[in-house]
Design a protein around this ligand. Structure first.
Ligand code: DGL
Length: 264
């Protein structure tokens, strides 16, 4: 099917997911929308996030998208069910939480899984609820890590500041004995190596990049909506633009892209 995929996030963090999609589904073209005017979503109310997510989804549908990917963990936690109910039968909507839960359960070895995410994601209880539904025997240890996303966005990684902040969160006693950790935020994949070093490689890490793109490949195949040939250029829209956002794209996407301003 030669229609684009709509991907949205609170800002530029979701480019980590977009990049994985471009690698794993190279024939697909996407329209990315980063809601930089309203980010961070991580401390916004449910009402505000659902309002923003609806406006973005309407825009992506109006632009002929064949599926919507909620690349943001916070928006997935707060608006997935809401959007699904609203657009059922109209367009497939994919979130970043279900594929991770599925992958951790499919592993079959985990007894206690940690989660770090934004305050809003943690408060929603969505990860815990979905995990309990899939496997009630897996214990979850959940911690909001609100300093991590802005720290990564400001370019701190592999240095004294990032080591201190990461250690401060991950040495929390609730994480004693975890055998896996879910990196429940678009940004955290950029500090995956440091997190792995903190746990000395003994804790399996799950993030929402390749796992989500592979899940999409499976869904698209099943639904018969895979693009049969290489499509045109991707588009990257943001609701507010600054030099800082443009510069950060290289880190989050791993290549040069041009942001376009679009106010919804
Ligand atoms: N994209 C958000 C997430 O994955 C992190 C940034 C924000 O709080 O907006 O939860």
């Amino acid at each position: 099917m030669e229609r684009p995929i709509g991907i949205f996030d609170s800002g530029i963090g979701g480019l980590t997911v977009a990049h994985a999609i471009s690698r794993i589904l190279p024939n697909e073209r996407f329209i990315y929308f980063g809601d930089t005017a309203h980010m961070p979503y991580g401390d916004k109310s449910k009402d505000a996030i659902q309002r923003y997510a609806t406006a973005i989804t309407k825009f992506l549908i109006a632009n002929n998208c064949k599926a919507i990917v909620i690349a943001c963990n916070t928006a997935s936690a707060i608006s997935y069910q809401f959007l699904r109910d609203k657009y059922k039968g109209i367009i497939p909507i994919i979130n970043v939480i279900d594929p991770i839960i599925e992958a951790t359960v499919a592993d079959g070895t985990h007894k206690k899984i940690g989660l770090i995410a934004t305050k809003t994601t943690v408060k929603s209880g969505v990860y815990q609820e979905k995990m309990t539904r899939r496997n009630p025997n897996i214990e979850m240890a959940v911690l909001a890590a609100p300093l991590l996303a802005p720290m990564i966005e400001e370019g701190f990684s592999e240095d004294k500041i990032s080591h201190t902040v990461i250690e401060n969160y991950l040495s929390n006693p609730i994480f004693k004995d975890i055998d896996a950790l879910i990196l429940g935020c678009t940004h955290y994949v950029l500090i995956k190596k440091e997190i792995n070093e903190f746990f000395k490689g003994k804790v399996k890490l799950y993030d929402s990049t390749d796992i989500v793109a592979l899940k999409m490949a499976e869904i698209f195949k099943r639904e018969g909506i895979l693009s049969p040939k290489k499509m045109g250029e991707h588009h990257f829209y943001v609701s507010d633009i600054t030099d800082g956002f443009q510069e950060s794209t290289t880190r989050f996407y791993g290549g040069n892209i041009r942001l376009e301003l679009l106010k919804l």
